[in-house]
Design a protein around this ligand. Structure first.
Ligand code: NAD
Length: 454
């Protein structure tokens, strides 16, 4: 399988793609190896993750360079992702033992009731390319800590990084059979679903997630889906429009807009709308677009070349329905897959740019007259990943956000994920959650012990 640099369109190497017919054998080896892994003391498994962390620190620059080469992620943002991985690993190491320990919930008259957290068994980790270290580790780290074997299928657009992740995991001390690497595209993922896996943990788009849920349903395996978003933010009339515009431009365009929690829709109170829009466009026009290997670059190429047509169609649809392109709105004329950072003003929820996930450097902005109008427009979506309110008044923001149907609520911040908080989507954004201690127990099933000593 050729690895292509999206910044140039040139091939940069090749990786061996697995034959889908070979997936079953990897599964069988994982099944055979899982029990011994689960039998190891939890302290041993935590030690393995600590060694993995040390290896990431040692190899950080080389890992970042590979990530930039194959996805076009600007190099400073690739390093940020790797540095951001470290506190996630620390969180899991710090909380795994207590979270996975048996809980005695009753002890009286010779009777004890105990909850044990047993591993699911062999789980599939089918992953996306946009934050491969984050979305991969959210699954395989707690899954391994909980005693599961993991079959890890990185995105075909991040295969070099997938290989690097497997090397890190194996060299930290996880046996190769306990962490199986499946390099390939959708067919390899589909073959994985046909094995006897006990759970599938998927990060990717809604259409693929839905297909996976249907495919796996007859087996009754656990299914957890982290899917796309159409994340809205409301800017109230009591904010400093300059500060809000700078923060939200970053939230919309960081990682070239290719984050599940990128700000995708903005509703701005009419009293601050014009000032906000002016500063927003000014900020976006000063983003450095260029070679992702340059330290100064903020906007890189679009990783999936097919997404360029989606972005173009969203611009055309918005213009046809009366919106105005304030900056950008077109591909960039250079090799590779590039789209100019784009701001669309006068957007309405009838436009594709406000309804369908864009997953690129584009944002739609609408003016609203009051909080309730903003709330109704924010909830007018099939997705439910994150939503935010920028306001000087916490009570006002929280009263809106309490009524927003989304898994994460942001007051005066956006595009943010914390290892301490559950990460979950509603509606087309998915089911189940990763991160936090519930993102550790997600990889277990309870056993209820009824123990009578007399
Ligand atoms: P995608 O759905 O195209 O692919 C995801 C993975 O599924 C890849 O590894 C792919 O090979 C595999 N796959 C494809 N067809 C399959 C099949 N039939 N059976 C099994 N596996 C199959 O998504 P993508 O382009 O890699 O990622 C971008 C999407 O991921 C966006 O929608 C983004 O919002 C979402 N995402 C969500 C989160 C979150 O936490 N909610 C995080 C990152 C990305």
């Amino acid at each position: 399988m050729q690895v292509v640099n999206p910044a140039t369109g040139a091939p940069i190497g090749a990786v061996d793609e697995m034959d889908p017919g070979d997936v079953e054998a990897v599964y069988e080896r994982a099944r055979a190896a899982q029990a011994a892994w689960a039998d190891r003391p939890i302290g041993d498994r935590i030690e393995v993750v600590r060694r993995l962390r040390a290896a990431v620190v040692d190899r950080l620059d080389a890992l970042a360079a590979d990530l930039t080469a194959e996805t076009g992620k600007p190099i400073s943002q690739a390093r940020n992702e790797l540095n951001g991985l470290l506190p996630r690993l620390d969180f899991f190491c710090d909380h795994a033992a207590a979270t996975l320990a048996d809980e005695t919930v009753l002890a009286e008259d010779g009777l004890r009731e105990v909850i044990a957290h047993e591993p699911l068994g062999v789980v599939a980790n089918i992953s996306a390319w946009n934050y491969p270290y984050f979305v991969g580790s959210n699954v395989f780290v707690p899954a391994l800590l909980a005693g599961n074997a993991v079959l890890y299928k990185p995105s075909e657009l991040a295969s070099l990084t997938g290989r690097n992740i497997a090397d890190l995991v194996w060299s930290a001390g996880v046996p190769e059979d306990v962490f199986g690497l499946l390099i390939g595209g959708g067919e390899v993922g589909a073959a994985l679903l046909r094995t006897g896996i006990d759970g599938v943990f998927f990060t990717g788009s809604h259409p693929t997630g839905q297909r996976i849920a249907v495919e796996v349903a007859p087996s009754l395996a656990v299914v957890q889906l982290e899917l796309g978003g159409k994340d809205p933010v409301y800017v109230a009339d009591d904010v400093d429009p300059v500060l809000a515009a700078e923060s939200l431009a970053d939230g919309a365009f960081y990682n070239t807009g290719q984050s599940c929690c990128s700000v995708e829709r903005l509703y701005v109170h009419e009293r601050v709308h014009d000032a906000f829009l002016e500063h927003f466009v000014h900020t976006v026009e000063h983003f450095v677009v260029g070679d992702p290997r340059d330290e100064a670059t903020y906007i890189g190429p679009v990783t999936r070349p097919q997404q360029l047509a989606v972005l173009e169609a969203q611009v055309d649809d918005a213009v046809a329905k009366g919106a105005t392109v304030r900056t950008g709105g077109h591909r960039l004329d250079r090799p590779g897959s590039w789209f100019a950072p784009t701001v669309i003003a006068g957007a309405t929820n009838g436009m594709a740019v406000m309804r369908d996930e864009s997953f690129g450097p584009i944002i739609g902005i609408a003016s609203v007259a009051e909080d309730d109008e903003a709330l109704a427009l924010m909830n007018d979506t099939e997705y439910g990943l994150t939503a935010g309110v920028y306001s000087a008044d916490e009570d006002r923001a929280r009263s809106i956000l309490r009524r927003v149907d989304a898994g994460s609520a942001y007051w005066n911040c956006c595009d943010r994920v914390s290892p301490r908080l559950p990460w979950s989507g509603r509606g087309h954004s998915g089911i189940g959650s990763t991160l936090s201690t519930s993102g550790i127990t997600a990889f277990t099933r309870p056993k209820a012990w009824h123990l009578r000593s007399s």
